[in-house]
Design a protein around this ligand. Sequence first.
Ligand SMILES: [Zn+2]
Ligand SMILES: [Zn+2]
Length: 149
Amino acid sequence: MPSPAETALLDQLSAATNHARSFVHALAYTEGTPVQTTASMWTRLQLLNVALAITSGQVHHCPHLGDSPTLIHAAVWAPGRLVCSACTSTLDPSPTEDDTCDRCRAPGQELYGCTVAVGPLILAYGLCTPCLNATHHNAETHAAGNGDG
Ligand SMILES: [Zn+2]
Ligand SMILES: [Zn+2]
């Protein structure tokens, strides 16, 4: 039997995970894009980068993220940064970064905004059309394109 404290923690983690999942579903619904349920290798590598940054202590997070599980936002274009839902605007890319594909790094692209949720973490990234097709070919990720990069 888990202790009451452990149970509370697991409940919070479960709630945060459900929150992340519904966030991605709501975004996909708003944008009229499909939600896919497995991640491509490239997407997995981006998630691994986030995990490595966390485990090696190389992250800067907003002051609202504490020990309790809650929804966490990260972006491929802002490596090493984690923020709560209230602070997502601090992840906004610069105008140059906003036109740069997160996969091939080609500048001046029209990008498709995508998100992938793992546990309570939501990772955002922007892909150019060829990279979107390469990454999400085979219907491969929790993704929500918004077309405005
Ligand atoms: Zn915050
Ligand atoms: Zn690209």
